[in-house]
Design a protein around this ligand. Structure first.
Ligand code: ZN
Length: 309
């Protein structure tokens, strides 16, 4: 079984503006409101589908006043969501109405795709899929369910060369080559409906990316359980001389991290336990949730966080 994308984590400026863009403008659900476990004065906001399934989760570290990032090689260049092909017109109209920076829809690998940016300049796109699962009912009323974002289509990485990264994707995560368009090679996780595409764009000796607002911090791939994660980690060490971190408990999944040869930070995150571990699925994202080791500092942490409304 190949592994798809579990989540993508990016850097934002204002937490309030970030929340408004992803919930009001894009109609995604805030599925978890917590803090950065390594920096608890900062929010960690998770957006996803109504059930918060792996493959639909875009997360942010909002750092108020962080300077903008600079696009370049060695990073996730664009994060792409899936919508029905028939919804692309709805979305371009919505982008015009809401003043969202976007480009004219174009065909990429045969799919109609519209690139746009969030309020921090994060590079995003919607890819129109011909066959797509119906959306779960999610009663925000902001985006009609038939047009709702269905999770990740995939990501594109900007690299000096594609082959070393491609070797990790195919050998460790089970992706297979699925065509080329210009300087972009597509890799796909067979049988993965949501978040199964990674495009590798070769830029040669271009400037290296510099992280800041609008940059992707890392991308996480799925492991069905701890044993699958351990097997992937072992493969990285034995066959690729890449040394992942010790497993870190992220409360909603367990993670190891490594920098792949193209310099992009990769994570391997377990599907279990998921976002319903510390609050009911119906009320995901409403209360500030803290991991047990930070619960004793709740008053201090809440006082330091910016207001979201
Ligand atoms: Zn992560």
């Amino acid at each position: 079984m190949a592994s798809g994308i579990h989540h993508v984590t990016s850097i934002a400026g204002s937490a309030r503006r970030n929340l408004a863009f992803y919930t009001d403008t894009l109609g995604m659900r805030l599925v978890k409101k917590t803090v950065n476990f390594d920096d608890p004065a900062t929010y960690h906001l998770y957006y996803g589908d109504p059930a918060g399934r792996p493959g639909t989760i875009l997360t942010f570290f909002p750092w108020e006043g962080v300077p903008p990032g600079r696009a370049g090689i060695g990073e996730v260049h664009e994060t792409v969501f899936s919508v029905p092909e028939s919804s692309i017109g709805y979305w371009t109209q919505r982008f015009v109405e809401k003043g969202v920076a976007h480009e004219t829809p174009v065909k990429r690998f045969g799919e109609i795709t519209v690139a746009f940016k969030d309020s921090d300049g994060t590079r995003l796109a919607l890819a129109g899929a011909k066959a797509i699962e119906p959306a779960d009912a999610w009663g925000t009323g902001r985006v009609p369910p038939e047009h709702a974002i269905r999770g990740f289509h995939g990501v594109s990485l900007l690299l000096a060369e594609a082959a070393p990264t491609a070797a990790i994707l195919s050998d460790v995560f089970g992706f297979v080559a699925d065509g080329r368009e210009g300087s972009t090679e597509r890799y796909r996780a067979p049988d993965v409906a949501t978040g199964g595409v990674v495009d590798l764009t070769t830029a040669g000796e271009f400037l290296a990316a510099r992280q800041g607002a609008g940059s992707v911090h890392h991308i996480a791939f799925r492991a069905v359980d701890d044993a699958a994660q351990a097997a992937m980690a072992k493969k990285l060490v034995q066959d690729h001389r890449l040394y992942p971190t010790e497993q870190k408990d992220r409360n909603y999944f367990r993670s190891v991290y490594f920098r792949e040869p193209g310099k992009v930070l990769f994570e391997i995150a377990t599907d279990p336990p998921g976002f319903a571990i510390d609050e009911p699925i119906e009320s995901l994202g409403q209360a500030l949730k803290l991991p047990p080791f930070l619960e004793g500092r709740r008053a201090e942490i809440e006082a330091a966080l910016p207001t979201l409304t």
